[in-house]
Design a protein around this ligand. Sequence first.
Ligand code: NAP
Ligand code: ZN
Length: 349
Amino acid sequence: MELDELVKTKESEKKTVDAYAAMQAGGSLEPYQYTAKELGSMEVEIKISHCGLCHTDLHLINNDFGISSYPLIPGHEIIGKVSQIGSAVTALKVGQRVGVGWLAGADFTCEQCTAGKDNLCQNGQPTCVGHEGGYAKYVYADARMAFPIPDALASEHAAPLLCAGITVFAPLLRHGVTGNARLGVIGIGGLGHLALQYGRALGCHVTAFSTSSDKAEEAKHFGASQFIDTSQPAILEKYANTCDFILSTVTAGLPWASYINALKPDGKLCIVGVPDADIQVSALQLILGQKSVISSVVGSRSEMQAMLEFSARHHIVPQIETYPLAEINTVLERLKKNEVRYRAVLEIG
Ligand code: NAP
Ligand code: ZN
């Protein structure tokens, strides 16, 4: 075959992918098509069956983090089947069910990657920032960021684990929050309701801090030993010195001093939710109890594998609402209004 003929054949093989995209900051999502790039040697193409809606997608649509570019195809809680593999991929097979989370790629050679902290790779490729995400029929990712899904997990349940699940599981694992630990979880949404389940499965005494009193019964069902209605923040004074570790999954500013006060000496407040205002803390309040404010971002590949195995073994699944892709704007509205119970999942194919 002549070279220009070969180029033409390659061009015609390029896939047009149906997706939904925000065309501008804060805009509603619209049907959108993009042409897939040629598959890299270490990449896989995945035909998406399900994609969860993380609150980060909403932050990205609104450009809350200042890192969005448009058209923006959100979606980073993806499950699907491998439909094509790059020439150097050996660990995955066509037809295999896999999941992709926040990162679709990393350099796998930097100091962080070599130390097994690939979630901190400074050359990481987020799945839906500067890359087409999962509110679409297909997604493209490095094969090393596509995780085989245990058979025990249904695809609609597995999808939210790829971001919400790993984000709350990884810090508990990393900081040894297990056994007799007293765990507090602030915000019982997509991340929070999974944190309650992991906390219970790890053997912790779990306290749910929530502004939504109607979530009390379900929070106890998920694993909370007690439910604190924080719609009147003064109630937090009663819980001084009660938690070893508090995980905040909330998207708003909170009375941080009260939560630091709720920590026992040496306790840790771990921020995973992105509040809309900076966090101000008193150094003296921390020092006098040797307390820390820490953070965590999704999880590494090994933490992801551990999370999937742990979730399958302990039957940890999100409580979900499912929707077709075409209803994406209705679902985003529900997420904005804190109406989703507890994770929305798009059924795509
Ligand atoms: P979500 O489902 O909307 O849940 C957030 C929860 O926060 C709500 O259900 C609500 O819980 C609470 N909340 C909301 N507004 C509040 C307010 N004004 N005051 C007090 N509480 C409020 O969101 P999500 O998907 O779980 O994500 C939560 C956050 O985590 C987002 O900021 C997201 O970007 C971030 N995130 C971070 C990472 C990471 O790697 N660090 C990964 C994924 C997501 P109650 O009704 O119980 O009060
Ligand atoms: Zn997410």
